[in-house]
Design a protein around this ligand. Structure first.
Ligand code: IPM
Ligand code: MN
Length: 351
């Protein structure tokens, strides 16, 4: 059966790392006889600056009705300082397709990448479930008396019972399916007594349905401290949109940097959008220095989601070897460029 994948390279280093991701897909498809059909979209800053297009309705319906997954590079360009195109495209996918589950593995794949003294790669194997369709990201709010000394800016933090419950449930379900023993929920109900009281109450309620899994609460500020002191105490973390964004950048540092962090934006049972956690990195653009390994890991998550069992583990194993044998970019201790790293990964797939 054909699996259809929409590919959006986006801005900055996005197209370069996605080109490696596409080669990995093509190499695997050829080796395994898989029928993958890729549709390339040129959405991003160049297109926006050329004709004002961000994420048109036709493309949205084509993706919704006729694709199984989206592979996205990165969005963000200094020529569009307000990021309006990036928000239309990225949030158009996350919100428009109701991809409420932003699954971000914080797994350190090699001792050499572990920045904490006295810790090893095995001490960091965490899966973060970031709520992806609500919170402060919904953009509700506005300015009053903008540009004056009396200016007021308000941005609302939206939390619904349904939204909070479904992401917490997704975290417990995943923990159960993957043999995990505990789930931490990170909030800030000591300061955000309405919105995060809801998180705490729903977490405790949902936890009663999973008696085999320990449910633990942690304040998000303390979580940042504990992650640095001893990441091995965490297995699964579920949190709101903004905290998930922040905590996974901290997590990326424990994985060897932004070039190693993968993510899946999914609606369980439905379409998924897959993107490396890093951004468009404008200063690195066009220099063949961006680390494509986060994208390789992301492609693994996408293939697994599409039903190609084993692809994620295989690609993770190759990425681990790329680090071990220094067949990688300089941010993770190698001397290869983006393309050559991709060549090495594809050669391993063919070997
Ligand atoms: C991420 C990014 C985005 C986010 C930005 C680009 C809006 O930081 O995917 O983590 O905040 O979600
Ligand atoms: Mn982020």
């Amino acid at each position: 059966m054909t699996k259809k994948i929409a590919v959006i390279g986006g801005d900055g280093i996005g197209p370069e790392v996605v080109a490696v991701g596409v080669r990995v897909l093509e190499t695997l498809a050829e080796r395994e006889g898989w029928d993958l059909a890729l549709t390339h979209y040129d959405f991003g800053a160049d297109r926006y600056l050329k004709d004002g297009t961000t994420f048109p309705e036709e493309a949205q319906s084509a993706i919704r009705e006729d694709h199984d997954a989206v592979l996205l590079g990165a969005l963000g360009d200094p020529r569009v300082p307000d990021m309006s195109h990036a928000r239309d495209i990225l949030f158009g996918l996350r919100f428009g397709f109701d991809l409420y589950c932003n699954l971000r593995p914080v797994r350190c794949l090699h001792d050499r990448l572990m920045p904490l003294v006295g810790r090893a790669a095995k001490d960091c194997d965490i899966t973060v479930f970031r709520e992806n369709t609500e919170g402060i990201y919904v953009g509700m709010g506005g300015h009053f008396k903008k540009g004056t000394a009396d200016e007021v800016a308000i941005q609302e933090d939206l939390n619904t019972r349904k939204g909070v419950e479904r992401i917490i449930r997704a975290a417990f379900e995943w923990a159960k399916a993957n043999g995990k023993t505990k789930v931490h929920m990170a909030d800030k109900h000591n300061a955000m007594k309405h919105a995060h009281e809801l998180w705490l109450r729903v977490f405790n309620e949902v936890a009663t349905e999973y008696p085999g899994i320990e449910a633990k609460h942690v304040f998000v500020d303390a979580l940042c401290l504990f992650l640095i002191q001893d990441p091995s105490q965490f297995e699964v973390i579920v949190t709101c949109n903004l905290f998930g964004d922040i905590v996974t950048d901290l997590g990326a540092a424990l994985q060897g940097g932004m070039g190693m962090a993968a993510s899946a934006n999914i609606h369980p049972g439905g379409l998924g959008m897959f993107e490396p956690v890093h951004g468009s990195a404008p200063p690195l653009t066009g220099k063949d220095v961006a680390n494509p390994l986060a994208t390789v890991l992301t492609v693994g998550m996408m293939l697994e989601h599409l039903g190609f069992a084993g692809a994620e583990k295989e690609l993770e194993g190759i990425v681990r070897r790329a680090i071990e044998e220094k067949q990688c970019t300089s941010d993770v201790g190698g001397e290869l460029g983006t393309k050559a790293t991709g060549d090495w990964v594809c050669a391993q797939l063919r070997a």
